[in-house]
Design a protein around this ligand. Structure first.
Ligand code: GLC
Ligand code: GLC
Length: 815
C-alpha cells in the first residue's frame, strides 16, 4: 500500500509526499469572487465568480494524462527540463512535496541541487492569484538555469472556448508591456474586463502564442521554447493566447531568489477603455503589478489569507476530541469543504466542469447548514438570492447561474423537494443569528418580475406547495425527482438521448415521495419552532396541524412492516418495499421519516435504523443507498436503475444521505454507533488510498459499495452535500453544540468510553468555552449545565443579558 502523504494538523495542512496520487488531489484557492482549482501537481484553472462565463485559464477535463493543464513553472538546466510539481514533464525529481493548506497550496520540487518552491493563493477580497516563487541553489557551486512560467488563457466563456473554434481561433488578442502579459480577447467589443499575467521581476523573454511556446506537434511535456531554452517574444493574433515568461538566473552557492507572478481578472469599471486605438487602458493592471512588486505586499497578502481562515475557524473549535479523525475534520477540513460547497455549489471541481450545473436550489440551501456559522451575512444574501429563483406557485428553478442569479430554463423546475429546503436554510440562519428581519426582506418570485413578497411568504408558499400537491396516498407528489435526482418515477425514458430528469410530463402524474413527506415533517417542525420564537402562537398551531396531518399519513401509508417505503410510482406501486424484487429498502425514507419525527412513539424509527444497519451498512464503506441494487433498467424508475449495481444512486454509498442516518443514531442516544458510522465514510479514516483513490481530507460524493466490483473506491470529491451535513453531524449531533433560537443548546451524543472533550463556540457575539465531562460513561443526556459558575435548568445556555462576551460552560453527561 503506497503512502501518499499525511495530515499536518498543527499547520492545518495535508502534505502530499509524492506527485503520482491515485487521482488528482485538489485544493481550492480563493473564497470571495476569484477562485482557483489547484492540484498537487499545480494542475487546475482559475475563474471569476462563474466558471462558465468568466473563465480565466483553460482546463481540459477528462484529459489523458489526467489533469494536464495548470499553473506551470518549468526549469531548464543544462539539458534537463523539469517542473517543481512534476507535471507536465514528469521528469523524476529528487524531492517533491505539496502542502495543501487553507486557501493555498505550496509545491516544492528539487532536482540536481536546485529547489523551486511555488506558493499559490488568492488574497482576501482581491480578484487575483499570486504565485510566490523561490528558487534556491542548494549546491556548493554557482548554478545557471532558466525558469519559465506558463498559463493558457481561456476566452472567458468556457463552453464557447472549447467548442467554437471557427470563431475562437480568430478572436484572441493580447498586449505586452514589460513583464505584463494582457489577455484581452473580445475586449474591443462587449467585454469590459481582461486578464493580466505578470511577473514582479525583470524578465528575459516571453511568449503569448501557444504555437510558438509549445509548438503545434509538441505537448506541454516538451514545449519547444523550454527545450530551446529561449522564448521567442511571440505575439498572439488569434489561435491560442498563452502567457509565458522566461527568467534567467545565476545563483551563487546557497543563494535564493524570490519573486512573484500575478494572475488577475480586471474589470475596467468606469475607466476609459482605450488609451489609443487598439491600445487598452492598462492603469489597473499596472497598479496591481506595482503593488505586488514589493515582497512585503506579497507576504502581507499571504498572512491575510491565513489570518482570515484562523478567524473563521475560531467560530467552532473542538481541541480535545478523543477521536483524531473527527477532531481534524470538524476543526479544519470539513469547514474548508463547507466553504467550497457554499461558494461553488456543484459547479467547478475535478468532476464538475464549471459549464454545466451552476448553483443548485436544493444543494445551496443545504450547503448553508454547514456554512452559516462562518459568515452569516453571506448566508443571508444567498438565502435571498435562492428564494428569488422560486416561482409564485411554489416550484423553483432547480439550478441558476451565479453570475446572473437567473434560473436555468433548460432544466426548469418541478423537483418537488426543492421548495422545502429553503425552510431549513432560513431556520438555520435565524438559529445562528437570531435575526428574524430576514423574513421581511422583499424577494420577488421569478415569474413575477417586480413582485414584493417577503421571504416568509416564500416559506409559506413552499409549505403550501407540498400540502397542495399530493397523490393517491395523500403523500407529496415527487415531480421530476426528489433529493434523489435519479428517482424519475414519471419519466419513462426509452431514448438514450433524452434527459432522465426532464422527460415525461409531471403535470398529471401521480408518483409520490415518502422522503418528501419526511422532509416536510422536518421543515414544518422547524417552522413551528420559528413561529413560537416570534411569538406567533396561532401560526405555530396552524403549522403544527399540517405536521400532525402529514405524520398521520406517513404512519398510515408508508410503513412497510420493518422500514419506511421509499415512494409510490406512477401506477401507485410501492418503491423500496419488501414486495419489490430489487430496491426493497432505500436509505432516504428511513432517514427523513426518522429526522422528521415519525416512528417516535411506536418504535418504528428505531426499527427503520436497524433495517439500515442490517441491509445497507458496512463498517468499511458506509451505507449503500438501497438494497438490492437494480440489475436491469426499470422504465418506471428511471436513472436510478441506469447505473451499474453499486455505483451512484443504484446502491452506491452516497455519502450525503449517510449523514442523515448518523443524526438518526444520535437521536436515539446511540453514541457508539453514531461515531462508528461517522468514521465509515470519513475520508481521514480511509486507510488504503490506492483503493479509495480520492482526497483523504474532503468528502467524496460517492464510494463504490459492497455491491459493486470495486468496493471502496471514492469518486466525485469536494462538491457534495456531505460537506455541510457532516459538519452538522460532528459539531451538533455528536459533539452536541447546537445553535437554537433562544441560545446554544447542549446535547452531545458520544461513545460511552469518551471521558470528555471541549468546544469553543462563538455565537451571537459571545465566545462560549464549553467543557463536557462524562464521568459515568454515558452516551447522551445532560445531567448538569453550569454557566459561569451557576447551575442552569435544562440544556439551553441563556444568552447573556449583561454584556458578557465570554462565557464558561461546564457540562456533565449522565442524566
Ligand atoms: C447530487 C446532486 C444533488 C442530489 C444528489 C442525489 O449530489 O447535486 O442535488 O440530491 O446528487 O441525487
Ligand atoms: C444527481 C446525480 C447524478 C445525476 C444528476 C442528474 O447529481 O448524482 O447521478 O446524473 O443528478 O441531474
Amino acid at each position: 500500500m503506497a503512502n501518499y502523504g499525511h495530515f499536518d494538523d498543527a499547520h492545518r495542512e495535508f502534505v502530499i509526499s509524492r506527485p503520482d496520487t491515485p487521482l488528482p488531489w485538489l485544493n481550492y484557492l480563493g473564497q470571495d469572487e476569484f477562485f482557483g482549482l489547484c492540484t498537487q501537481t499545480a494542475g487546475g484553472y482559475s475563474f471569476w465568480k462563474d466558471a462558465k462565463l468568466r473563465r480565466i485559464t483553460r482546463y481540459r477535463y477528462n484529459n489523458n494524462p489526467m489533469d494536464n493543464d495548470g499553473r506551470f513553472l518549468y526549469v531548464k538546466q543544462g539539458n534537463s527540463i523539469w517542473n517543481p510539481g512534476w507535471k507536465p514533464t514528469r521528469t523524476k525529481l529528487d524531492a517533491f512535496e505539496c502542502r495543501h493548506g487553507l486557501g493555498y497550496s505550496r509545491i516544492t520540487g528539487k532536482k540536481d541541487g536546485i529547489e523551486v518552491e511555488q506558493l499559490m493563493f488568492v488574497p482576501p477580497q482581491e480578484n487575483l492569484e499570486i504565485w510566490k516563487v523561490s528558487v534556491r541553489n542548494k549546491t556548493k557551486k554557482p548554478q545557471k538555469l532558466s525558469l519559465f512560467s506558463f498559463v493558457e488563457f481561456c476566452s472567458f466563456e468556457a463552453l464557447n472556448d472549447m467548442t467554437n473554434y471557427q470563431r475562437t481561433y480568430s478572436i484572441g488578442e493580447v498586449e505586452i508591456e514589460d513583464s505584463a502579459i494582457y489577455h484581452k480577447t473580445e475586449y474591443r467589443e462587449r467585454r469590459n474586463h481582461y486578464a493580466l499575467f505578470g511577473c514582479t521581476r525583470k524578465i528575459d523573454g516571453y511568449d503569448t502564442s501557444r504555437d510558438a511556446f509549445v509548438g503545434v506537434h509538441n505537448g506541454l511535456h516538451d514545449p519547444k521554447a523550454v527545450l530551446a531554452g529561449k522564448c521567442t517574444n511571440s505575439h498572439a493574433y488569434g489561435w491560442n493566447p498563452v502567457g509565458a515568461h522566461q527568467i534567467n538566473l545565476t545563483l551563487k552557492p546557497g543563494q535564493e531568489e524570490t519573486f512573484a507572478f500575478v494572475l488577475a481578472y480586471i474589470d475596467q469599471g468606469d475607466l476609459p477603455k482605450f488609451d489609443a486605438p487598439f491600445v487598452m487602458n492598462k492603469v489597473k493592471g499596472r497598479e496591481i503589478l506595482k503593488k505586488y512588486s514589493d515582497p512585503a505586499a506579497v507576504e502581507a497578502a499571504f498572512t491575510a489569507v491565513k489570518a482570515r481562515w484562523e478567524e473563521l475557524l475560531s467560530t467552532y473549535q473542538a481541541p480535545s476530541v478523543p477521536n483524531e479523525h473527527l477532531q481534524r475534520m470538524v476543526n479544519t477540513w470539513n469547514q474548508v469543504q463547507c466553504m467550497a460547497t457554499f461558494n461553488l455549489s456543484r459547479s467547478a471541481s475535478g468532476y464538475e466542469t464549471g459549464i454545466g450545473r451552476g448553483m443548485g436550489y436544493r444543494d445551496s440551501n443545504q450547503d448553508i447548514l454547514g456554512f452559516v456559522h462562518l459568515l452569516p451575512e453571506r448566508a443571508r444574501q444567498r438565502i435571498l438570492d435562492i428564494a428569488s429563483t422560486q416561482l409564485s406557485d411554489g416550484t423553483c428553478f432547480h439550478q441558476y447561474q451565479p453570475l446572473t442569479k437567473k434560473g436555468n430554463a433548460d432544466i426548469g423546475g418541478d423537483f418537488n423537494d426543492d421548495p422545502l429546503w429553503l425552510v431549513l436554510s432560513t431556520c438555520a440562519y435565524i438559529r445562528e443569528t437570531g435575526d428574524v428581519t430576514i423574513l421581511d426582506e422583499v424577494c420577488g418570485y421569478a415569474d413575477k418580475p417586480g413582485s414584493k413578497d417577503s421571504l416568509l411568504h416564500h416559506i409559506e408558499t413552499s409549505i403550501a406547495y407540498t400540502l397542495n400537491n399530493r397523490g393517491p396516498h395523500n403523500l407529496p407528489l415527487i415531480g421530476h425527482a426528489d433529493w434523489n435526482d435519479c428517482l424519475n418515477l414519471n419519466c419513462f425514458s426509452k431514448e438514450p438521448n433524452e434527459s432522465f430528469q426532464t422527460t415525461g410530463d409531471v403535470k398529471g402524474s401521480k408518483a409520490e415521495s415518502v422522503m418528501i413527506a419526511g422532509l416536510f415533517l422536518y421543515a414544518a417542525r422547524d417552522l413551528v419552532g420559528l413561529y413560537k420564537f416570534m411569538g406567533q402562537a396561532a401560526d405555530a398551531t396552524r403549522v403544527q396541524g399540517y405536521y400532525d396531518d402529514m405524520l398521520k399519513t406517513v404512519e398510515e401509508q408508508a410503513w412497510d412492516g420493518a422500514w419506511y417505503t421509499r415512494a409510490f410510482d406512477a401506477d401507485s406501486n410501492p418503491v423500496g418495499s419488501k414486495s419489490c424484487k430489487e430496491g426493497k429498502i432505500y436509505i432516504e425514507s428511513q432517514a427523513w421519516c426518522v429526522l422528521g419525527g415519525a416512528g417516535q412513539t411506536n418504535g418504528r424509527a428505531k426499527k427503520a435504523l436497524q433495517a439500515v444497519d442490517k441491509y445497507l451498512y458496512t463498517p468499511e464503506h458506509g451505507c449503500a443507498l438501497q438494497y438490492p441494487p437494480y440489475s436491469t433498467y426499470h422504465l418506471e424508475l428511471g436513472e436510478v436503475s441506469s447505473y451499474p449495481p453499486g455505483y451512484k444512486e443504484n446502491a452506491g454509498v452516497f455519502s450525503h444521505n449517510n449523514t442523515w442516518i448518523h443524526i438518526g443514531w444520535t437521536m436515539f442516544g446511540e453514541g457508539d454507533k453514531a461515531l462508528e458510522y461517522y468514521l465509515s465514510i470519513c475520508p481521514s479514516a480511509k486507510k488504503d488510498h490506492d483503493k479509495y483513490r480520492s482526497e483523504p481530507y474532503v468528502y467524496a460524493q460517492m464510494t463504490a459499495s459492497q455491491f459493486s466490483p470495486t468496493p471502496g473506491e471514492g469518486k466525485n470529491s469536494w462538491l457534495t452535500g456531505t460537506g455541510a451535513w457532516s459538519f452538522v453531524v460532528a459539531s451538533q449531533s455528536i459533539l452536541g453544540v447546537q445553535p437554537d433560537f433562544t441560545g446554544l443548546r447542549i446535547d452531545p451524543c458520544v461513545p460511552k468510553k469518551w471521558k470528555g472533550f471541549s468546544v469553543t463556540r462563538k455565537f451571537r457575539g459571545v465566545t462560549y468555552s464549553i467543557t463536557v465531562k462524562n464521568p459515568k460513561g454515558k452516551s447522551k443526556g445532560v445531567k448538569s449545565l453550569v454557566v459561569d459558575g451557576k447551575k442552569i435548568a435544562g440544556n439551553v445556555i441563556p444568552l447573556p443579558t449583561d454584556g458578557r462576551t465570554a462565557v464558561k460552560v461546564e457540562v456533565t453527561l449522565g442524566a
